[in-house]
Design a protein around this ligand. Structure first.
Ligand code: NAG
Length: 342
């Protein structure tokens, strides 16, 4: 018969064995998960044509990808927001890297000048507006790794007003703004302001087309020959009175409007659909274009055209919650809105 000591020894061994098996099981599960994540990263690289310099870079990007995917998956699993996140083309970038390379609205340096607001007495506003359906919005563009959102925002608003006044939808040149509009706050890929862009276009007596002066996504020298070819013009611009979503609605009911937002958050980086309700602050760092508004399941939203390609968001668009409690609007959307006049 085993002594008490021997029995105790047996139990210790058994416990140790179970413990070791447990570790083995845990490590192999982790290895399997890692392998399937590695596979997912591999597929993602193919999907978005991503190529890394070397294995170090790949390993570093894989770790970031893994963390982002885990956070996106757990957000979607929680299922407690009216929007979803997706593993999009930005999944191997930290949020800091992402905002540093994509945004570029110099909001904190700017105060809205007091201009007239021609839509101040606009009444009987439609409950839903979608300027795409009126043919006043060009296809989604992609600014790439250049912080010239301000140019895309201004151009989209100008494309809109041009269609409404001339009947023609013409895709206009962001690169002309990046290369030629270097005064004031506008510094190409290093950021700028939509109002300064409108001012430049007015002084320049127009802007040329996307096809004549195509987008390159890097700072360049101004091509004055191409610049001289004006395809559309504006007379000036007006600022929407700040911090009023009602005023913004009056403007958007009448034409696409440039808006500045705080797009620096993780949820914004990976937004894939639904009505975005935040979280976000009001540290304006991105220029986009409000091209409509509406209501979905009792939640009012702004329809916003972004310039991050069509694999981001809802085919390149985001619907952002409208008429929130804060007067600044969600992500500060009502703080610095403006539109060109023609
Ligand atoms: C709006 O209405 C007020 C009061 O009638 C008028 O003074 C103002 O000029 C109008 N604004 C515009 C832009 O028409």
């Amino acid at each position: 018969m085993a002594s008490k000591n021997q029995l105790h020894h047996h139990f210790t061994c058994l416990a140790l064995l179970i413990f070791i098996l447990g570790i083995c099981e845990a490590t192999s599960r982790a290895a399997l998960e890692d392998a399937s994540m590695y596979e997912r990263h591999q597929q993602w690289m193919v999907q978005f044509g991503r190529v890394y310099m070397d294995t170090n870079e790949r390993q570093k990007r894989f770790q970031i990808f893994k963390q982002n995917v885990a956070r996106i998956d757990s957000f979607n699993a929680a299922n407690n927001k009216p929007y979803k996140l997706g593993v999009n083309q930005f999944a191997d970038l930290t949020n800091q890297e992402f905002t540093a390379s994509r945004n570029g609205f110099k909001g904190h340096m700017c105060s809205n000048t007091a201009t007239t607001f021609k839509y101040e007495n606009a009444t009987a506003l439609p409950s839903t507006v979608d300027w795409r359906k009126k043919g006043a919005v060009t296809p989604i563009k992609d600014q790439g790794q250049c912080g010239c959102c301000w140019a895309f925002s201004a151009v989209a608003a100008m494309e809109g007003v041009t269609k409404l006044t001339t009947g023609k939808l013409i895709s206009l040149s962001e690169q002309e703004l990046v290369d030629c509009d270097t005064k004031g706050e506008d510094q190409g890929c290093e950021g700028g302001l939509m109002d300064d862009a409108f001012q430049f276009i007015e002084k320049n007596k127009g802007l040329t087309t996307e096809s004549i002066y195509p987008y390159k996504g890097v700072d360049g020298t101004c091509n004055t020959n191409e610049e001289a070819n004006h395809a559309a013009k504006i007379n000036g611009f007006e600022d929407v009175p700040a911090n009023s979503e009602d005023a913004l609605q009056k403007a958007v009911a009448n034409q696409p409007v440039s808006v500045a937002i705080d797009a620096g958050g993780f949820d914004f980086q990976f937004y894939s659909g639904g009505v975005f309700t935040g979280s976000c602050g009001t540290d304006l760092d991105h220029g986009v274009t409000a091209v409509g508004y509406g209501e979905d399941g009792g939640t009012k939203y702004w329809l916003v055209k972004n310039s991050w390609g069509s694999s981001w968001g809802e085919e390149g668009y985001i619907r952002m919650q409208r008429d929130v409690d804060a007067k600044e609007g969600l992500c500060g959307i009502a703080m610095q809105a403006s539109y060109p006049t023609a």
